[in-house]
Design a protein around this ligand. Structure first.
Ligand code: NAD
Length: 500
């Protein structure tokens, strides 16, 4: 049987382009190659950007009610096709169906936010700011926005970006992850069905070459990136040097501090859900649990009991499962090598996911849930982002020591505190140098009405994504001053204009 080919989505149609190579997309459950996706050539990049630029002037002039109507229709289509979209995600990513549906819901939330574009773009006006002068501000679109996204949320992360950008009157070129690219093309088709003019939303598949071309191309005005820290830093630097506005979100090592007064059962439920959900391939996954005081053994045992009850298997099978395989064989091997490293660094392996397999699918990219105990801050397994089902347990004596770990960490994406002490919680939320803070919430991903983003090496640039910050990123502010003079009030005045 011929291999399924995935196309670009440019100008409202599928296009093969003239690829410089093909990337093989695998099914993480079986390990089989299921499709090929073209890696864009420089000519393909030019074509996508050229199409987006040509579509922009007309879209920029579309009224806010027209744009909102398209967004409402798009939202309805996404809801109607949610099962199909979730299965497309799961087939290439490996996450379980319920998790893929959750990802879609959080993406649709941003579309719902963007439906309110008329409210979001309201400016400010001051009548009679000076004699017979009125002043007001408006927000105008920046032009063509490029979005470059990671494998772990192939629908939600692009939807953090393009609904806001497009509702604000920009056109958009999405460069999704090559590992699970199909859903982005389907989203393009649904957006067209919703009435979006051709060329306003485009999907360009590619690798590092395509990303670098987008970052340097004069036809791109702003770049939104989400991925690992080294690439986020590179994209921020390259696109900034080329004079573009950039927001580049990077990796994470999210801590969950458990104070001695916490409800240990509730904390263990949260640690296991946030640590192993989506096989730990979430930028907001908890990867370090910090047990404060004498609760270490009790918490460790409570986590182990819950790990032992997890069901692991194919995400689209008939049996209900909690966790699927990792995305690629290469990523599985990287995660396994970190478990080896943790052992050699002296961590205690309370649960070991190496060697885990599913009998019916021996070729799948499986890693079982792993718990490394007695981890210390000088270990590589503590320092590095592992991005798999590997939880580190660090034991400390005091809240101050736990806070020091958070303060000294390279990353600042998410952090959580589990406690019943309001004073400790207040200190925590004020002092943690982290972009998204949870109190008794392990995955504090802000809803679409607020903005998403980390601090330190988890974000390069000034703007967080979606919510009010997303609107600011996708628009330029313009201040207008108007004077409709009384015909009698004339005369030359070379002085610098001041209010009167
Ligand atoms: P990645 O950095 O490997 O890839 C992200 C994007 O960059 C992809 O589109 C990829 O094709 C492209 N890319 C890869 N190598 C490149 C290179 N050398 N030059 C230019 N572009 C390149 O990330 P990933 O493995 O797909 O995703 C996982 C990472 O994303 C994790 O580090 C995770 O923490 C991070 N992430 C962060 C957030 C956040 O909100 N901060 C959200 C999701 C994922």
């Amino acid at each position: 049987m011929a291999m399924r080919q995935i196309d670009h989505w440019i100008g409202g149609e599928q296009r093969r382009g003239s690829p410089q190579s093909m990337f093989e997309v695998t099914d993480p459950v079986t390990g089989a190659v299921i499709a090929e996706v073209p890696m864009a050539s420089p000519g393909d990049v030019d074509a996508a950007i050229g199409t987006a630029r040509s579509a922009w002037p007309q879209w920029r002039e579309a009224s806010l009610s027209t744009r909102a109507a398209v967004m409402f229709a798009f939202r309805e289509l996404l809801e109607q096709h949610r099962l199909e979209l979730a299965e497309t995600i799961s087939a290439e990513h490996g996450k379980v169906r319920a998790d893929a549906l959750g990802e879609l819901r959080r993406g649709v939330e941003v579309v719902e936010f963007a439906c309110g574009v008329g409210q979001l773009l309201k400016g400010e006006r001051t009548d009679d700011i000076s004699s017979q002068h009125d002043a007001y501000t408006v927000r105008q679109p920046v032009g063509v926005v490029a979005g470059i996204t990671p494998f772990n949320f192939p629908a939600m992360v692009p939807m953090w970006m393009f609904p806001v950008a497009i509702a604000c009157g920009n056109s958009f070129v999405l460069k999704p992850s090559e590992k699970d690219p199909s859903v982005s093309v389907r989203i393009g088709q649904l957006f067209a069905e919703a009435g979006l003019p051709d060329g306003v939303f485009n999907v360009l598949h590619g690798d590092a070459d395509a990303v670098n071309a987008l970052c340097e191309h004069p036809g791109i005005d702003a770049v939104s990136f989400v991925g690992s820290t080294p690439i986020a830093r590179h994209v921020h630097r390259t696109a900034s040097l080329a004079g573009k506005r950039v927001q580049a979100l990077g990796g994470a090592k999210n801590h969950m501090i458990v104070l001695p007064d916490a409800d240990i059962g509730q904390a263990a439920d949260a640690a296991v859900s946030a640590g192993y959900g989506s096989a730990g391939e979430r930028c907001m996954a908890i990867s370090v649990v910090v047990a404060v005081g004498a609760i270490g053994d009790e918490l460790c045992e409570a986590i182990c009991r819950r790990i032992d009850a997890l069901r692991i298997g194919p995400g689209l099978g008939t049996e209900p499962v909690d966790m699927g395989p990792l995305v690629t064989a290469e990523h599985r091997d990287r995660v396994l090598s970190y478990i080896d490293l943790g052992e050699s660094e002296g961590a205690a392996l309370r649960r070991d996911g190496r060697g885990f397999t599913v009998d019916a699918h021996p070729g799948g990219f499986w890693v079982g849930p792993t718990l490394l105990d007695d981890v210390t801050a000088d270990m590589k397994v503590y320092e590095d982002e592992i991005f798999g089902p590997v939880l580190c347990l660090v034991r400390v004596d005091s809240f101050d020591e736990a806070m020091e770990l958070v303060e000294n960490n390279q990353f600042g994406n998410g952090v959580a505190l589990f406690t019943r002490d309001g004073g400790a919680a207040r200190r925590f939320r004020r002092e943690a140098p982290v972009g998204m803070v949870g109190v008794n919430v392990a995955i504090p991903v802000p809803m679409a009405y607020h903005s998403f983003g980390g601090w330190k090496d988890s974000l390069f640039g000034d703007h967080h994504m979606h919510g009010p910050e997303g609107v600011r990123f996708c628009t330029r502010l313009k201040a207008v001053t108007e004077h409709w003079p009384d015909p009698a009030d004339r005369g030359v005045d070379l002085g610098f204009p001041t209010a009167r």
